[in-house]
Design a protein around this ligand. Structure first.
Ligand SMILES: Cc1cc2nc3c(=O)[nH]c(=O)nc-3n(C[C@H](O)[C@H](O)[C@H](O)COP(=O)(O)OP(=O)(O)OC[C@H]3O[C@@H](n4cnc5c(N)ncnc54)[C@H](O)[C@@H]3O)c2cc1C
Length: 411
C-alpha cells in the first residue's frame, strides 16, 4: 500500500503534540497525529503554571480549556512543620497571567486533542509509532495497531511529542544518563480533603516531610484532589509495603498533609513512577525535533513539565514553519538553546530544592519582597524573562540568597 504523505508527523497527542498541531495547522500544513493510547486516559502532571495560559492562547486552545471549568490556581503554598511560604501569582516581577489551572489530565488532554481534531487535524488513537527511518530527505514511519497490518507514513518532518514514550530518543540512541538520583512518586486522587476557602482553595500545597520527602496536594474542581509523595526509594522502605497503606502512612506522617488529608478516601489504587528524570544528547536532527517530555524531564517539584511542553511545542512550530517554507533556520540557537534556557532555569531551582538551600530562602524569617516577586515569576513559568535577575543569574543568585538568609537567621 502506498504510504500516507504529510508535511509533519506528530508522535503523541499530549499537551506538546496538540499544541504543535494547533500551531502548524494555523499555518496550513498537512499533519498527522498518532497517539498510542485511547483518550481519555490518565496521566500524571496536573498543576499548570500561569505562563501556560499565554501558550494555550497563542495556539488558539485557551477557550477550549476555559470552557471545562477547571480549578483556578492562584499560587503555591510551601509548608514545613509550622512554617509557611506562600506565593500568589498576582504579586510577580514579570507581568503575566495571575492564575493557571489545576487539571485532571484525562480531561485536559482530551479537550486539547478534540480542539485540534475539530480544526481538521487527523488524530489516530490506539496506534503507535514503532520505527522511523530517515531517507531521501523524508522520514518514513511505521504505525502499528494491535492485530492490524502496519501502516507507513512519509513525512517531511517528525515532531516527537511522545513524552515518557521517548520514541526517537530510543530509536536514534539519543538518550543520555540524567544527573538526578532516582526518585519515586506514589500518588492517587482522593475525595474529602479539608480545603481552604476562597482564593486559597485552588493553590497547590507542597509539604516538606520531616524525613526528606515532599508531598503535593492539587485540588480539582470535580471534588477530587491529587496527592502524591516524592522521595528516594529508601524513604518508602520505612512504611508498609502495600501501596495504599504506604501512601496513607507517608501522608499522615507529615503534620500539614496529615491534617488536611485525615479523612480522605482514595479514588483509585495508588500508582508509582520511579526514575522519571531523563535527558538527551540533542533536541533535533535534519528531519526531526524532540518536544516536551521527549526532551529532558527534571523533576515534578515545580510543576514545570506541561509549561515546558507547551513552550517547546510553540517554539518548534515557529521554527518548523520557516524550515518547511525553505527559509534559513538555525535549530540550535532558535530551538535548542531556547528550550534549554527554560529547562536550565528550572534545573537550578530543582538543585537548590534538593540541597535545601531554597528551603532556607523560602522559610527565612526575613524575606526580601523584591526577591520573592522574582522567584514567584520563575514559579509562574516565566523563565525566559531575562530582565528577571532570578532568571538571568539564578545559579549565582540562589546560593548567595541562601547564604544571606542563613546569616541573618542565625543572628
Ligand atoms: C510524578 C510526576 C508529577 C508531575 N507533576 C506535574 C505537574 O504538576 N505539572 C506539570 O506541568 N507537569 C508535571 N509532571 C510532568 C508532566 O507529566 C509532563 O511534563 C507532561 O505530561 C509532558 O507532556 P508531553 O506532551 O510532552 O508528554 P505526555 O503528556 O507524556 O504525552 C505523550 C503522549 O505520547 C503518547 N505516545 C507515547 N509513545 C508513543 C508512540 N510510540 N506512538 C504514539 N504515541 C505515543 C503517549 O501515549 C502520550 O499520550 C509530572 C511528572 C511526574 C513524573
Amino acid at each position: 500500500m502506498k504510504p500516507t504523505e504529510v508535511d509533519v508527523l506528530i508522535i503523541g497527542a499530549g499537551p506538546a503534540g496538540s499544541t504543535a498541531a494547533a500551531l502548524l495547522r494555523q499555518q496550513g500544513f498537512q499533519l498527522l497525529v498518532v497517539e498510542k493510547q485511547v483518550f481519555p486516559r490518565f496521566v500524571i502532571g496536573e498543576s499548570l503554571l500561569p505562563h501556560s495560559m499565554d501558550l494555550l492562547r497563542e495556539a488558539g486552545l485557551l477557550e477550549a480549556i476555559q470552557a471545562r471549568g477547571f480549578m483556578q490556581k492562584f499560587g503555591a503554598l510551601f509548608l514545613r512543620g509550622n512554617q509557611a511560604c506562600g506565593f500568589d501569582f498576582s504579586d510577580q516581577f514579570t507581568s503575566g497571567w495571575q492564575y493557571a489551572y489545576q487539571v485532571p489530565r484525562a480531561d485536559f488532554d482530551l479537550a486539547l486533542a478534540d480542539a485540534v481534531e475539530a480544526r481538521g487535524v487527523p488524530v489516530l488513537y490506539g496506534r503507535q509509532v514503532t520505527a522511523v527511518e530517515f531517507r531521501d530527505g523524508r522520514a518514513c514511519a511505521a504505525i502499528e495497531q494491535p492485530g492490524k497490518a502496519i501502516d507507513n507514513v512519509r513525512a517531511r518532518f517528525v515532531l516527537d511529542c511522545s513524552g515518557y514514550g521517548r520514541v526517537l530518543p530510543r530509536l536514534l540512541s539519543l538518550e543520555e544518563p540524567t544527573r538526578f538520583p532516582t526518585r519515586e512518586a506514589l500518588f492517587t486522587h482522593v475525595t474529602h480533603d479539608r480545603r481552604p476557602l476562597g482564593r486559597e482553595e485552588g493553590k497547590i500545597w507542597v509539604c516538606i516531610h520531616p524525613d526528606g520527602a515532599w508531598i503535593w496536594i492539587i485540588p480539582f474542581s470535580n471534588g477530587k484532589t491529587s496527592v502524591g509523595v516524592v522521595a528516594t526509594p529508601e524513604f518508602f522502605r520505612h512504611y508498609p509495603a502495600e501501596p495504599q497503606a504506604q501512601l496513607r502512612a507517608a501522608l499522615m506522617s507529615d503534620p500539614n498533609a496529615g491534617a488536611r488529608l485525615a479523612n480522605v478516601q482514595f479514588a483509585f489504587p495508588p500508582q508509582r513512577i520511579s526514575g522519571y528524570a531523563c535527558a538527551v544528547k540533542k533536541l533535533f536532527g535534519p528531519q526531526f525535533a524532540l518536544v516536551g517530555n521527549a526532551t529532558e524531564f527534571l523533576d515534578p517539584i515545580f510543576s514545570s513539565g506541561v509549561t515546558l511542553a507547551l513552550a517547546s511545542a510553540s517554539r518548534a512550530a515557529q521554527v518548523l514553519t520557516r524550515h518547511l517554507r525553505g527559509q534559513p533556520v538555525d535549530w540550535q540557537t532558535e530551538y535548542s538553546d531556547f528550550v534549554m534556557q527554560g529547562i536550565n532555569t528550572f534545573r537550578a531551582c530543582v538543585n537548590a530544592w534538593y540541597d535545601t538551600s531554597l528551603h532556607d530562602v523560602f522559610f527565612a524569617a526575613h524575606r526580601d519582597p523584591d526577591i520573592m516577586k522574582q522567584l514567584c515569576s520563575v514559579l509562574a513559568g516565566y523563565v525566559w524573562d531575562r530582565n528577571n535577575p532570578c532568571v538571568s543569574q539564578l545559579e549565582r543568585v540562589l546560593p548567595l540568597l541562601a547564604r544571606i538568609v542563613q546569616g541573618r537567621d542565625r543572628k
